[in-house]
Design a protein around this ligand. Structure first.
Ligand code: SAH
Length: 395
């Protein structure tokens, strides 16, 4: 019989319902399971712990599907899981806020390695585990039945996938991708480049934090760093910002941002954008004695895991220190980290250190996280990857 037996004492995280089994925790794999097979996991004493998908080459060698011994992992199981995930979003009333939302958020929805984002009637799926890979066709059929999409697009091109020995795969899986895909978020329009954009095409997780910026931008000179497709800039403009400088190092991102400015009929005279490295740009602005009233720092993931935390901390410290220096007294810094390897506490400490070194005193006026369509399972704290601090520098 196929089964995994853990080393003595290595059952603790599973007993807390954390869904990952690292290869180092495994004592014995019996019955020669293939990658993607569902295998029961037992303690060294022979007690059942979970049913999980096995992947021999990955650092996370098993990812849990179910904690119930009598639960069968079959088509009906995935139908239940997807139905529950979709119902959660429906209960939150997200469709009133946006025509784009995350329908499945991996481990948080009990489907480790699966992300499904909805952009109007297009679904984008991202597969990051061998277990999901095995059930790909089943999952596609269920998504078609439950969501009635016009297109399903695959963006399985994350680095994590390569780490796990899965090759990258992207393209239309079903239907036809509309040429000019847009979503409507809090009354604003955004172009979504599902095929070539970052993530699955848009940063759905920042929706509410962008909306907050709209309420703070009136008459402000705004600097939006790492702007991607200009989300925060569009909201700031809508909120009555005096001027907005948007910076990103990607030409493609800025091209999308300009499309979004046009789509929303933005006042182009108040807008500037620069294709530049933010680390250098902030120094240049400091040397030019430029000052702003509202600065947004939303960098890419500096620390995918805790192992990268020290290096990432230096990056966060650097940009936040420069950000504080560029703010006028009374100015606002909206600063984010989407690194799983950086905890809330650590992020706050880094930002506090940056303020100290910049010689400013600041208050936290809001603590932010990802939108609720990226729910955080209590037993899976890694799900709390996005953290944000809204700070006001003292006058
Ligand atoms: N705030 C955006 C998402 C930002 S994602 C939103 O709400 O949609 C991070 C962005 O940082 C990406 O667009 C990426 O191109 C950009 N980027 C990464 N490294 C950079 C660097 N060193 N300088 C400038 N931009 C960078």
């Amino acid at each position: 019989m196929k089964k995994i037996i853990l080393k003595a004492g290595k059952e603790k995280s599973l007993l807390r319902r954390h869904p990952w089994v690292y290869s180092g925790a495994i004592d014995r794999v019996a019955g020669y399971p293939s990658n993607g097979d569902t295998v029961p996991i037992y303690t060294s004493q022979g007690a059942f712990l979970a049913h999980a998908a096995y992947h021999s080459q990955a650092p996370i060698a098993a990812r849990v599907w179910s904690w119930q011994q009598d639960e069968r992992i079959d088509d009906a199981f995935f139908y239940r899981k997807l139905t529950q995930a979709i119902a959660l979003r429906k209960d939150l009333g997200l469709s009133q806020q946006s025509t784009g939302s995350r329908l499945v958020h991996g481990e948080s929805d009990g489907l480790p390695g699966l992300v499904v984002d909805r952009y109007d009637r297009v679904l984008v799926i991202q597969i990051g585990s061998m277990g999901v890979e095995r059930w790909r066709e089943t999952l596609l059929d269920i998504l078609k039945a439950l969501c009635d999409p016009i297109c399903i697009y695959e963006r399985s091109d994350t680095e994590v996938r390569e780490l796990g020995g899965l090759t990258k795969r992207t393209g239309v899986l079903w239907g036809e991708l509309p040429h000019d895909l847009t979503i409507k978020e809090y009354g604003l329009h955004f172009a979504v480049d599902v095929a070539h954009g970052q993530k699955t095409g848009f940063y759905l997780d920042q929706r509410d934090n962008r909306a907050k910026i709209r309420t703070l931008a009136k008459d402000k000179e705004v600097l939006n760093c790492f702007c991607y497709s200009g989300g925060f800039s569009v909201y700031a403009n809508q909120g009555g910002a005096k001027s907005i400088l948007s910076v990103d190092s990607s030409d493609n991102a800025l091209a999308l941002a300009q499309r979004n400015f046009t789509l929303n009929g933005l006042d182009i005279d108040s807008l500037q954008w620069q294709c530049a490295d933010v680390f250098q740009m902030l120094r240049k602005l400091r040397d030019q004695n430029r000052q702003f009233d509202l600065i947004i720092l939303d960098p890419p993931k500096f620390a995918p895991t805790a192992a990268f935390a020290a290096k990432a901390a230096r990056g966060y410290k650097d940009i936040n220190l420069l950000g504080f220096k560029l703010l006028r007294p009374g100015g606002i810094l909206a600063t984010y980290s989407c690194s799983s390897g950086i905890s809330n506490d650590l992020f706050q400490k880094i930002v506090a250190g940056a303020a100290l070194d910049a010689g400013v005193s600041a208050h936290i006026i809001d603590q932010q996280m990802a939108t609720p369509d990226h729910p955080i399972l209590l037993s899976f704290p890694e799900g709390a990857y996005l953290k944000g601090l809204l700070l006001r520098v003292a006058d």
